[in-house]
Design a protein around this ligand. Sequence first.
Ligand SMILES: N[C@@H](CCC(=O)N[C@@H](CS)C(=O)NCC(=O)O)C(=O)O
Length: 237
Amino acid sequence: MSELKVYHLPGAWGLATVSPFCLKLDSFLKMAGIDHQSITASTPFPGPKKKAPWIEYQGRTIGDSTLIIDFLKEEFDADPDAHLTDQQRATAIAIQRLVEENLYWVMVYDRWCRDENWPILKGTVLGSIPAPVRMFIAPVARRSVKKQLAGHGMGLHSAQELNAIAAKDIGALAGLLGDGPWFFGDRISGADATVYSLLANIAFVAFESPMKAMINGHPNLVAWLGRFKDENYPEDN
Ligand SMILES: N[C@@H](CCC(=O)N[C@@H](CS)C(=O)NCC(=O)O)C(=O)O
């Protein structure tokens, strides 16, 4: 059995995990072919940063999907970005920031603040917490997420403003992908995993989000989502 233990939040709707950061790591592990034990965590709190994902490996515990991926690239000498040029690597960082530091927070707003999504969230993201504990934890977690959203700034916007922000980001991703087939041409790379992990968590889940229609408005993104899934998660089709 592999000594690499990977802790992630629960999966649903055919996704290995409904956490974009956990799904990014899962996709990286698949693309890099790194053997590991995948462990579902009920909450992110046991992780070293109190966020998911995290890993344990040879006595070390590491949190943060990007730091974990950087570590694993070195440790296992496996890099799905090895073929990228310096300019493509720089663009990949800009894409990652757009996805993880901006667009992700619109998804968080949709999941945690829209009342119609609240029962769905309790049954999935919080679904593996035993019911009596969940009754207590769920409202506390919701308050904490709303605080994080306000601190970030995304939580201060109106629904209309959020839609405009999301439409710009999704339009930019569609523009960067162009005719593809992947973000950097003919070969898949980590940028594809980064974008997939968020867009799949919007397009393929039961949470209501205006972003679903925005994604569907870009046929190249829709085709690419299917392509990424076929390539990396054929068993989920
Ligand atoms: N920068 C971190 C972000 C991880 C993150 O925010 N994970 C979410 C789940 S998608 C989480 O654990 N949130 C719990 C919280 O913030 O309390 C990474 O790349 O791993």
